[in-house]
Write a protein that binds this ligand. Structure first.
Ligand code: ADP
Length: 186
């Protein structure tokens, strides 16, 4: 099964996607992880992306689409994958469709992990204290939630239009969310 994961920052999307991929033997490709590594390694991509990430802004489409194109053409998405954190804008979703067609990859489902604003804010503030991620302070968190609503949420409708959107309730214990995801992902 080939999946993209959607959900606001703090929805638990990344953690669940990673766990699910391990359990099902899928590839887990997280654009956030790839970008954070690029920043750490000081690559050209990392240098260009760093400021946007720290401000909680999206990295510009052309940069991120180029990055995904490189990964896909290098065979990073073997059959059975979870793409986590991409697409995040309508142009990214459209480019991904074109790439999938080119490389004969079938997208089976777009899985939306649903968590309300109050809960994601609470979770992100909690995580900020524990992990000290540079993009987890109150102001940046608010910005990331706004950006999700404006730029990423329209993708839900994009995939609903293709009849591949599946919604899973994310406001439950991590174990219950995992079980619910497992049912739709295998
Ligand atoms: P979260 O899911 O917690 O929002 P991620 O780890 O997925 O965070 O991404 C961290 C940051 O990396 C984002 O806030 C953004 O700056 C950048 N990023 C990741 N994926 C994309 C993308 N598809 N398009 C633009 N920016 C991205």
């Amino acid at each position: 099964m080939n999946l993209v994961f959607l959900g606001p920052p703090g929805s638990g999307k990344g953690t669940q996607a990673k766990k699910l991929a391990e359990k099902l033997g899928y590839v887990h490709l997280s654009t956030g992880d790839v970008l954070r590594k690029a920043v750490k390694d000081g690559t050209e991509l990392g240098r260009k992306a760093d400021g946007f990430m720290q401000a909680g802004e999206l990295v510009p489409d052309e940069l991120i689409i180029g990055m995904i194109e490189e990964l896909v053409s290098a065979g990073a998405l073997k059959n059975g994958f979870i793409l986590d954190g991409f697409p995040r804008t309508i142009p990214q979703a459209e480019s991904l469709d074109i790439m999938f067609e080119k490389y004969k990859i079938k997208l089976d489902k777009a899985v939306l992990l649903h968590v309300g604003d109050a809960e994601v804010t609470k979770r992100l503030l909690g995580r900020a204290e524990i992990e000290g991620r540079a993009d987890d302070n109150a102001e940046v968190i608010k910005n990331r939630i706004e950006i999700y609503k404006k730029q990423t949420a329209p993708i839900e409708q994009f995939y609903r239009g293709q009849s591949i959107l599946t919604e899973v309730k994310g406001e439950d214990t991590p174990e219950n969310v995992f079980e619910a995801l497992l049912k739709v992902a295998k």
